[in-house]
Design a protein around this ligand. Structure first.
Ligand SMILES: C[S@@+](CC[C@H](N)C(=O)[O-])C[C@H]1O[C@@H](n2cnc3c(N)ncnc32)[C@H](O)[C@@H]1O
Length: 436
């Protein structure tokens, strides 16, 4: 039995390890503050005196196993896994009675499930070192993609750690991870949220910027395998409870935000949200030039967009083209339409492009129904009421406003043409699935 346990993860080739700082960055190393470790270890409290099978994946120096053993005794069966030899050696020195495995956690399969899996997995998108933090693992990306059902889009390695760990729990077992808050709302995590909703009861404790000097807002995720429902806490105060949770966006909903949403149609009912044409499309377009000359207009970016107005003069993209050719890149450039910022944090910044310029960035709203007054919609989107609404729902979960958030913003029914508005249910998209 013990032999199996020793071998359930295939050891990684030791080879030449990169210098410590480099490996820490490239493998997503972030040390967990001790207050947070103590809180999480509290969530893993053994229910009775029986020894638990406890795992800390990507254990680094094993702060969670050490705190667990200090609080609940050394009689538990403790295992740590890390891909880096130094981390495994340091952990062995700290906890000589625990088992430590040098292995890629995401590619291993233990013989026996665990009662408790806890820790701080690495965060980051796996890819090229020039663009993405987790580049030491990039050769394995296709193996991960094949293995994890929730892998979607660029994904973030912490999503794979969550899926794998939930699968390794016994029924009734618990996962306690600290992870970025992005999975609560981003479309890339739609499958992960549905998977979690099917797998167990999920309790989320919002901690915000708990890591000093790290620009990341985090939550503690507790999954109790086999139970149902979702509870969102603001630190230790219960804020949202959904016993029938199925994987929808997780937000700080309040009676006020829900009433605000029910008071109008959702933006997604009234508008299709388009992204601007991408840089490669501009590069391929024969009408696009890199020097100004009479007859050309600048291609606009987020820096041209301001609350309620657009700077049509300054070229922020380094690209120019004839105005009348812009619709070749996106047909909706031909019509006056609303532009909403994607590149200005989670603030809602909107303006009406009445001059029909080409854009290389931002969201572009094309009406699906008769919208009586586009300028009134712009003023509403820029209003303090909408800013307050989005801030209170999404806080600092993500660095940018997303299409899913935008789609749920309510538009007062008075802005929609009579006749059409009667056919639309008010606040219709609030509880619907949100698709890209
Ligand atoms: C975010 S730190 C967590 C460290 C520790 N749990 C803590 O809270 O201080 C990341 C650790 O993950 C390890 N790691 C990264 N990818 C891994 C993988 N695929 N399998 C196992 N360990 C991995 C790194 O070597 C590093 O020690």
């Amino acid at each position: 039995m013990d032999g199996h346990r020793q071998n359930f993860w295939t050891p990684t080739e030791e080879g030449n390890s990169p210098p410590r700082e480099e490996y820490e960055r490239a493998l997503g190393m972030v040390a967990t503050p001790s207050e947070l470790v103590a809180f999480m270890v509290g969530l893993g409290q053994p229910a009775d005196g029986k020894p638990l099978r406890v795992l800390e994946p990507a254990c680094g120096d094993s702060p969670f196993l050490r705190a667990f053993a200090a609080r609940y005794g050394a009689h538990h069966d403790l295992t740590g896994v890390d891909i880096h030899p130094e981390a495994v050696e340091r952990s062995k020195a700290f906890l000589p009675h625990a088992k430590f495995l040098l292995a890629d956690y995401l590619l291993g399969q233990p013989e026996e499930p665990f009662d408790l899996i806890l820790g701080n997995p690495p965060y980051g998108i796996i890819g090229d070192g020039s663009h993405y933090p987790i580049h030491l693992l990039k050769e394995r990306k296709s193996a991960y993609k094949e293995r994890f059902a929730t892998w979607r889009g660029k994904y973030n390695i912490y999503g794979a750690f969550i899926e794998h760990s939930v699968r390794l729990l016994r029924p009734g077992g618990r996962l306690v991870f600290v992870v970025p808050a992005t999975w609560l709302v981003l479309d890339d995590f739609t499958d992960l949220r549905r998977f979690l909703a099917r797998s167990g009861r999920i309790t989320i404790y919002y901690w915000g910027r708990a890591f000093p000097r790290r620009n990341v807002s985090v939550v503690v995720l507790l999954v109790e395998k086999g139970a149902r429902g979702m509870v969102l806490y603001d630190r230790d105060k219960a804020a949202v409870w959904k016993p029938e949770y199925q994987g929808e966006l997780i937000r700080f909903e309040t009676p006020e935000t829900l009433a605000f949403e029910r008071g109008g149609f959702s933006l997604g009912q009234c508008f299709t949200i388009h992204f601007a044409a991408r840089s490669p499309e501009f590069r391929r377009c024969p009408f696009v030039e890199t020097e100004p000359r009479p007859g050309l207009v600048p291609v606009l970016t987020g820096r041209n967009l301001h609350r309620g107005w657009i700077d049509y003069e300054t070229c922020t993209s380094g690209l120019w083209m004839p105005l009348e050719q812009a619709p070749l890149l996106r047909p909706f450039y031909a019509y006056p339409h609303i532009v909403v910022a994607h590149t200005k944090g989670t603030r809602v910044v909107a303006a009406l492009d009445s001059c029909c310029y080409p854009w290389r960035e931002e969201f572009h709203l094309v009406p699906k129904v008769g919208v009586a007054d586009l300028q009134a919609v712009v003023d509403h989107l820029n209003s303090e009421a909408v800013q307050r609404h989005t801030r209170s729902l999404y806080r600092d979960f993500v660095p940018h406003l997303t299409a899913a958030m935008l789609r749920l913003i309510p538009i007062p029914s008075g802005f929609i043409e009579r006749g059409i508005s009667e056919q639309l249910p008010l606040g219709g998209a609030v509880n619907e699935w949100v698709h890209e």
